[in-house]
Design a protein around this ligand. Structure first.
Ligand code: PMP
Length: 364
């Protein structure tokens, strides 16, 4: 999006004058591997269940503000109670509400870039200072000591596990130490958690870390980025805060109905998630075998790679092969990096083939 007009710069709140909105850098392509969506069809029967639920949903009534039926279903998925769950219009809304509730002038949010750029954006909207604890430039490992030191003075910490775009997990033992060090609230963003090995989720810490919030979304493993449903798990008094600041009807009746139908059939998603994880490993091996391509290990549904002339490679993938990937080469700490969503086997083959042409001798 272009900058604000001079007229608007003078009228908006001063701290918003230079705001740079999140740009998903979308352009229509045959193969879209740019936004970490699930590119597989929904499991058999799930679309039908969702369609039936939508058809049976009256549109003339306001939604249940807290989506209690859905909260109950989500709570049972995680072995928790309704009081531990709050839903939102995508994970994004919950991230914003987190900053809105616990941030503000004079308070700090700790993040560990390279990570999801929305954290810094939402912090700037609510005038919250962002303390950035950069990861190791080569391995992207977290700087544990610097993180713990920063957490001691923070109102909020966000850890992303698996992290977008680097794909690595935060060890549970470190999350627990950050929770102990931080006087404020620690959010672990598990938007990609379903793609990680069993036992990686911070939700096991909820019972003993009373300042922990775990964020989830149906946009990734559940293949429903379009319905916009995210949720947080936390202690009841933290959930009360999320409930207090939210727009009461932000999760509309159609989203509630579709999400409920999807979550009820959650076991049907397991084979698809397993296939994506297997494809991730196959794709990583194939890309790693290409000359001049560095691939980082990933526990998510995407891979971060480094190639020479990344911006040009991304442009040629889009224009010559109709494959859209995400270019991070101008983001701090991500020189020459592209993020590739793991697609279907056919999409992944097309990507490897195109990249081998672009990075091979004939492509240079
Ligand atoms: N957290 C992370 C790390 C993400 O990558 C995303 C989406 N790209 C989100 C949260 C928000 O996802 P959504 O709003 O679609 O639920």
């Amino acid at each position: 999006m272009a900058q604000l007009s001079e007229r608007m710069r003078a009228l908006v709140q001063p701290h918003l004058a230079d705001i740079e909105p999140y740009d998903p850098a979308f352009s229509p392509c045959k193969i879209n591997l740019s936004a970490n969506e699930n590119t597989y069809p929904l499991p058999a029967g799930v679309r039908e269940a969702i369609d039936a639920a939508l058809a049976a949903t009256p549109l003339n009534r306001y939604p249940d503000p807290m989506a209690n039926e859905l909260r109950d279903e989500l709570a049972s998925r995680h072995g928790l109670a309704r009081e531990n769950v709050c839903v939102g219009n995508g994970g994004d809304e919950l991230l914003f509400n987190f900053l809105l509730a616990f941030g503000g002038p004079g308070r700090t949010l700790v993040t560990c870039p390279p990570d999801f750029s929305e954290y810094g954006f939402f912090a700037s909207l609510v005038q919250t200072e962002c303390v950035r604890v950069f990861r190791d430039a080569e391995t992207f490992a977290l700087d544990e000591q610097a993180l713990l030191a920063a957490a001691r003075d923070a109102a909020m910490v966000i850890l992303t596990s698996p992290n977008n775009p680097t794909g690595d997990l935060v060890p549970l033992e470190l999350i627990e130490r950050v929770c102990a060090a931080c006087p404020g609230i620690v959010m672990v963003d598990e938007a990609y958690g379903e793609f990680a090995p069993a036992g990686s989720s911070a939700e096991v810490l909820l019972a003993r870390c009373s300042n922990l919030v775990v964020l989830h979304t149906l946009s990734k493993a559940f293949g429903e980025a379009g319905i916009r449903l995210g949720y947080v798990l936390a202690a009841p008094d933290i959930i009360d805060v999320f409930a207090a600041v939210r727009q009461i009807y932000s999760v509309n009746v159609l989203t509630q109905a579709a999400a409920l139908a999807a979550v009820r059939t959650r076991d049907a998603y397991r084979p698809c998630v397993a296939t994506i994880c297997a494809e991730r490993e196959r794709l990583a091996r194939a890309l790693g075998a290409l000359d001049g391509v560095r691939v980082w290990p990933s526990a998510a549904n995407f891979l971060l790679v480094r190639v020479a002339h990344a911006a040009e490679v991304r442009r040629r993938l889009r224009d010559d092969y109709s494959i859209l990937v995400r270019d991070f080469s101008s983001a701090p700490g991500l020189a020459e990096c592209l993020r590739l969503t793991v697609g279907t086997p056919e999409e992944n083959d097309a990507l490897v083939c195109a990249l081998s042409e672009l990075t091979g001798k004939e492509g240079r």
